[in-house]
Write a protein that binds this ligand. Structure first.
Ligand code: AP5
Length: 234
């Protein structure tokens, strides 16, 4: 991937990655954030950090995440607004796994309005249930830096260790089959309606998430480095 400047046409830029569990949002959001020189803001990662640190927020979120349900909007919104307000997000950010409910999307619109942030580019990943189950069953994540692997088609060089920082690779507790089922149900019930919400505003670009990682990255790079409305919006 060629490196490109942050804001292109100038101003703040917000990108939203939307899609079911295991769609590849995290994999691609990390790559695109690096390419665009923007911070990668994953609400799942933020919540897992709270759980790991044992904060009050983490203690509240942990049992909800363990069941595969969504954490209440107020918790997530507070966390996101605080993060967006930090200096490293002043040129923009890549949101991964947020918003996830219509309430979150509407409140995000308010935040954008209040902070003078323009319309986001919204990427919607489509992936079959079969692929999702296969991907999540084989996923391993670095405990230190969050690098994402797959035991079969993207294994680390040394088993159990991250290629980047040598951190231990672990399986997420919510990647068990019964929790995956609940996460998929929560996605269909609460998050899928956001595709229509952003499509109606002309902001959604749908990407076939079943392609290989490199093909998806190339497609996303073309979308995200083009001007909005320059022929790529679905
Ligand atoms: P979160 O961490 O956001 O999880 P998720 O949405 O379920 O998404 P995943 O991280 O499982 O998948 P992904 O799409 O990032 O895929 P990845 O790139 O890892 O949320 C976890 C929980 O936190 C939620 O259940 C909820 O409780 C709570 N939460 C978070 N945000 C919230 C919010 N806004 N509101 C309320 N609650 C919230 O890839 C998966 C695997 O596939 C990997 O092994 C990867 O190597 C592999 N892979 C990736 N791309 C490809 C490819 N192209 N081909 C083959 N394999 C691939």
């Amino acid at each position: 991937m060629a490196s490109s400047g942050a804001a292109g046409a100038g101003g703040m830029r917000a990108v939203i990655f939307l899609g079911p569990p295991g769609a590849g949002k995290g994999t691609q959001a990390k790559r695109m954030a690096a390419l665009l020189h923007l911070p990668h803001l994953s609400t799942g990662d933020m919540l897992r950090e709270h759980v790991a640190s044992g904060s009050a927020l983490g203690r509240q979120a942990q049992p909800i995440m363990a069941r595969g349900e969504l954490v209440p909007d107020e918790i997530v919104l507070g966390m996101v607004e605080e993060r967006i307000g930090r200096a490293d997000a002043s040129a923009g950010f890549v949101l991964d796994g947020f918003p996830r409910t219509l309430e979150q999307a509407r409140r995000l619109d308010d935040i954008f309005l209040r902070r003078g942030i323009g319309s986001p580019r919204v990427i919607g990943f489509t992936v079959s249930h079969e692929a999702i189950l296969r991907r999540l069953a084989g996923r391993r994540t670095c405990k230190l830096g969050g690098e994402i692997y797959h035991l079969e088609d993207h294994p680390p060089k040394v088993a159990g260790r991250c290629d980047v920082d040598g951190g231990e690779l672990v399986q997420r507790p919510d990647d068990r089959p019964e929790v995956i089922r609940e996460r998929l149900a929560a996605y269909e019930r609460q998050t899928e309606p956001l595709l229509g919400y952003y499509r109606r505003q002309g902001l959604l670009v749908e990407v076939n998430g079943e392609q290989d990682r490199e093909s998806i990255s190339r497609e996303l790079e073309a979308i995200l480095t083009s001007r909005p409305g320059a022929g790529t919006v679905a």
